[in-house]
Design a protein around this ligand. Structure first.
Ligand code: ZN
Length: 687
């Protein structure tokens, strides 16, 4: 969470908008001004050269035409106290889509790992293009916008039709040869960077080259803007942090280079089109992961986007849910990309405007609760921005193998009704529970791993496999761990076997949870095995869920399944919910971590934020069914009746029963409705 929450604030709505210079300009500006007044938009971020009307890399004269139109709108907007910012739709360019360079544009085009060359996306190291883009940014700055946002094509991946992205062009290979002091080929670089197993030394050097390339470009863009308009700020739009990790991105350095001392970031917030409600677990985890990476004090304005627009693409319900979630986690603003790029204006979907008017008081009320530094409570999902430097590839064929699955637990815990937050290993404190999935453990030092295993930790199958490969089997209760797959083994179902822990004989699917691989492990004798995995003939295959206390005094909970960033619905059911929640309480035992556990309902995502004098708990119903009451447990809470936030922005006493305390936990039954794809926001007094 960002720390600059000292002022009470209303919702800062930032509309991303296309004003085509030659398309009913006056009428569009009039309409835009009225829309801002009606809906309370505080800032308009104008697209330049975007999507359908993108014409490759514009000349200075062509750019002036866009800026003339925007300047006209800027004047009108300033009269109603609405700021003007710019969103040039691209730097390098998102994708080709048939666009080509102009004849005199002697730019190095982007090349992918397999040698395919773009027709219009450029290499960020190309000196000719850098000269050009700096002049273009100076021109943007000349109209003195509040912020110039660098769009999220400011990255190496995702420049279709290139495979993965770039850039592996001759300039890049030449630079890398200089670093190495000998000549290399693109093929050799790709092969060695992706080499299976322990990373080849080229991995670090190449990812550093990637990072330095964008960082130096960011510095040049910053200086270009500041040389013309010192008051203009520069913001960064970004994508999935897992993907940026495979670009060697050092967030602090890149953001400082681009934004200077006042960082502004628009984190990615997909999906752009209507999603099945449980999918929002993944989307919200991605948003929280990104925010956790940003330097303290960053101005955060998450992306709300409905491309390709209107309610044919995304409903008011889901758009509104996203805005509410952004407000609850303490965003400073929200960027709204709600209307098309073809000059049709804001009237094509009147329901979005109505939504902004209707939701305003509610969002303002949520935002104004962030009146001091808040701290998110929940299982701490551990991530490392440098994970791609250390992860171990298996095939060594594609750049995607450098992605780690750090959000595996986040997505699945929230589906099971467990609150979480992201943390680095450095920020993890002794009274918190940690969860680790995927291969990120390879990026931790042995000392960090021991710190982790002295505490209380939840591990997925991949994390267990990686830790035992690194020689930590003894500290996680595992003697041996090997992958099983369905070509060679039958693993049908999982059955609860420890009647003292929870009801014996309950069964869950194993084969659907693990279509690719399941970890077969031999556990140490002092592990407490909660479930076993069996074949259809009821022959035991391996252990399932287990608990272990190690010799460092740490506690470990393990499962044999691999949890990825993508939601795996087969993992979820009421038995799993109860099993995992009981394990978390066993991990927590004598400490009070403040996690929230929602009982017996699917897909209620809980968010708990502790402030100096109050605790806010948001419960998001990510299903299509309404709920008429909700039961949850949490620790470190004064057993008092909460207030509930009404849609008009007022607080009233909630119909709630504080049930007897169970150990360190308070059980609360709130007898209020939560509508489908909606939420309940509660406020408690602090103990
Ligand atoms: Zn290049």
């Amino acid at each position: 969470m960002s720390s600059n929450k000292n002022v009470k604030k209303a919702t800062h709505l930032m509309l991303r908008y296309t004003l085509l210079p030659d398309n009913s300009r006056e009428e569009r500006i009039r309409e835009l001004v009225k829309f801002c007044v009606d809906t309370g938009i505080g800032e308009v971020i104008f697209f330049i050269n975007a999507e359908e009307f993108n014409d490759g890399h514009l000349t200075l004269d062509e750019t002036r035409i866009w800026l003339d139109a925007i300047s006209e709108a800027k004047e009108a907007l300033s009269e109603i106290d609405v700021s003007t910012s710019l969103n040039p739709w691209h730097t390098l360019l998102h994708g080709d889509r048939g666009r080509k360079l102009r004849e005199n544009q002697n730019f190095q085009l982007m090349v992918d790992p397999y040698g395919n060359m773009s027709t219009c996306c450029v290499c960020p190291l190309c000196p000719e293009w850098r000269k050009y883009i700096k002049e273009i940014f100076k021109l943007y700055a000349s109209i003195k916008p509040k912020i110039i946002f660098v769009d999220d094509d400011f990255r190496y991946h995702n420049h279709a039709p290139l495979i993965w992205g770039g850039c592996f062009c001759p300039i890049h290979i030449e630079k890398f040869s200089e670093v190495l002091g000998k000549r290399v080929t693109r093929e050799e670089v790709v092969r060695k960077v992706l080499k299976p197993g322990k990373p080849h030394p080229y991995r670090r050097l190449w990812l550093n080259l990637f990072h330095e390339g964008l960082k130096s470009l960011a510095e040049e863009l910053h200086d270009a803007v500041k040389s013309v308009s010192n008051e203009t700020k520069i913001g960064l739009m970004c994508s999935d942090p897992t993907v940026h990790a495979a670009e060697g991105r050092n967030w602090n350095e890149l953001i400082k280079a681009l934004c200077g001392d006042k960082p502004i970031v628009r984190p990615h917030g997909g999906p752009y089109t209507e999603a099945s409600p449980p999918h929002w677990h993944s989307a919200f985890a991605l948003l929280m992961h990104t925010i956790a990476l940003l330097p303290k004090g960053t101005y955060i304005c998450p992306e709300i986007e409905n491309f390709p627009f209107t309610r044919f693409s995304k409903s008011v319900t889901q758009t509104s849910l996203q805005i509410t979630f952004s407000q609850l986690i303490g965003s400073n603003g929200v960027t709204l990309d709600l209307f098309d790029f073809m000059g049709n204006g804001v009237s094509m979907e009147p329901k979005y405007g109505e939504m902004l008017i209707k939701g305003r008081a509610y969002w303002d009320a949520i935002g104004s609760e962030h009146s001091g530094q808040g701290e998110m409570r929940g299982v701490k999902v551990i991530f490392n921005p440098e994970s791609s430097y250390h992860t171990r590839t298996e095939r060594g064929e594609s750049w995607e193998e450098l992605y780690t699955q750090d959000r595996g637990w986040a997505v699945h815990l929230s589906s099971l009704g467990v609150s979480y937050a992201f943390s680095t290993i450095n920020d993890l404190s002794r009274d918190e529970l940690a969860a680790i999935s995927g291969k990120m453990v390879y990026s931790l030092s042995h000392e960090d791993i021991r710190k982790l295993l002295r505490g209380r930790v939840l591990l997925d199958g991949q994390a267990i496999r990686s830790l035992s490969e690194m020689g930590f089997g003894e500290l996680i209760g595992v003697k041996e761990a090997n992958w099983l797959n369905q070509r060679e083994a039958v693993y049908s179902f999982e059955e609860m076997i420890d009647g003292d822990f929870m009801q014996k004989g309950l069964r869950m699917t194993a084969q659907l949870v693990a279509p690719d691989r399941l970890l077969g492990y031999k556990l140490m004798n002092d592990c407490r095995v909660i479930s076993e995995i069996y074949t259809a003939k009821r022959t035991r295959v391996t252990s399932g869920l287990y608990l272990f206390k190690n010799k460092l005094g740490g506690k470990v909970v393990g499962i044999p399944y691999v949890l990825e960033n993508r939601l795996n619905v087969a993992f979820l059911n009421y038995i799993r919910q109860e099993g995992i929640q009981r394990c978390l309480k066993w991990l927590e035992s004598d400490i009070e971590s403040g996690i929230v556990l929602v009982k017996g309902e699917p897909h209620i995502l809980p968010v708990r934020i502790d402030f100096e004098e109050k605790i806010i708990i948001g419960l998001f119903n990510l299903t299509s069914d309404s709920v008429d009451s909700i039961l949850f447990e949490t620790s470190r809470l004064k057993p008092s009746s909460p207030l509930i936030l009404e849609k008009d922005g007022s607080w009233r006493k909630a119909r709630a029963e504080i049930l007897t305390k169970r150990g360190i936990h308070t059980r609360i039954l709130v007898k209020e409705d939560i509508w489908p794809q909606s939420e309940m926001i509660l406020k408690f007094q602090k103990p």
